[in-house]
Design a protein. Structure first.
Length: 292
């Protein structure tokens, strides 16, 4: 199929891009990597009046290592982040998650900010952002603002970004040394969007204790944190009984979606199984600081 007609703009400054979005009064879409938007255009699932291509805007790509976090320009290609030694050292969860994102050619074009702004509930990068309590920076006519991940994702393909704002940066806290993590994902074929994906992070804290983070993608209209399951895991030893209880809690923490291919009950089953597997793998990788 062919896309509908639209005006095309390739601004050379951020202010110009913001002005173009305002001029079209909600009728424009921002083009980042295009790996999701272009297929939607071709199937006419999206019919914007204009496309605002950000590829010529300077300063929107690159990876910066701060003392407490990693900052990604929104136009940073996923493949660049996947191959970054700095990301592998300080955000190994993101490096691992990026290998699940589509295929190498799509990661070469796809961007970090584009995936997060698209807010597909099955996507891996929003799941990582939620698991690690990241945040995004947006720019618009009223200036810049910071939106934490827990407030960013509203529903399927919908975020807290205003219609006249552009996501310009993604910030993710650095993972402490000794963090253990695991990703489990089930999809119909390699490279497909996940039917359900789960990430578990076990993070050591002072006094020999630890805290857990459990994020689930693909089950509901947004990525969610299984907070009750996290509480169960963080209370003490990660035994087989604790893993089973936490996995059951994670599966009961939402009302899973049904679609023509997968029922909500099947998704609930997958949440329980994948959470249990991820917890077991993360606990096994944690090392001597985690008493099991």
């Amino acid at each position: 199929m062919k896309p509908p007609k639209f005006d095309y703009h390739a601004p050379r400054t951020l202010d110009e891009a913001i002005g173009l979005i305002a001029r079209h009064d909600g009728g424009a879409r921002v083009l980042a990597g295009g790996q999701s938007l272009v297929p939607m255009l071709n199937f006419r699932l999206a019919q914007p009046a204009a496309l605002i291509d950000l590829r010529l805007v300077p300063g929107l790509a690159g990876i910066t290592v701060d003392p407490d976090r990693i900052r990604f320009g929104a136009m940073t290609r996923q493949r660049q982040a996947e191959k970054s030694a700095s990301v592998a050292e300080h955000l190994p969860l993101m490096t691992a998650a990026l290998k699940w994102v589509g295929h190498a050619p799509t990661r070469t074009r796809g961007t970090i900010g584009g995936s997060i702004a698209h807010a597909d509930p099955s996507a891996e990068l929003p799941m990582v952002l939620r698991a690690l309590d990241g945040e995004v920076v947006t720019a618009g006519p009223r200036g810049e603002r910071v939106i934490p991940a827990e407030s960013l994702f509203r529903s399927m393909f919908t975020t807290a970004l205003a219609a006249d704002e552009i996501l310009i940066e993604v910030r993710v806290p650095r993972m402490p040394k000794g963090c253990a993590f695991a990703i489990e994902e089930f999809a119909r074929r390699p490279g497909d969007f996940a039917i359900v994906a789960v990430v578990v992070v076990l993070e050591p804290v002072a006094g020999g204790a630890f805290r857990s983070r459990i994020a689930v993608a693909g089950a509901t209209e947004t990525v969610y944190r299984a907070l009750d399951a996290e509480h169960l895991v963080s209370r003490g030893r990660v035994s087989a009984d604790v893993i089973a209880a936490a996995a059951a809690s994670a599966s009961e923490a939402c009302t899973p979606m049904s679609d023509p291919r997968v029922s909500g009950d099947y998704r609930r089953h997958l949440i329980r199984v994948l959470t249990g597997r991820a917890l077991q793998r993360a606990a096994s990788a944690a090392g001597p600081w985690l008493a099991r």
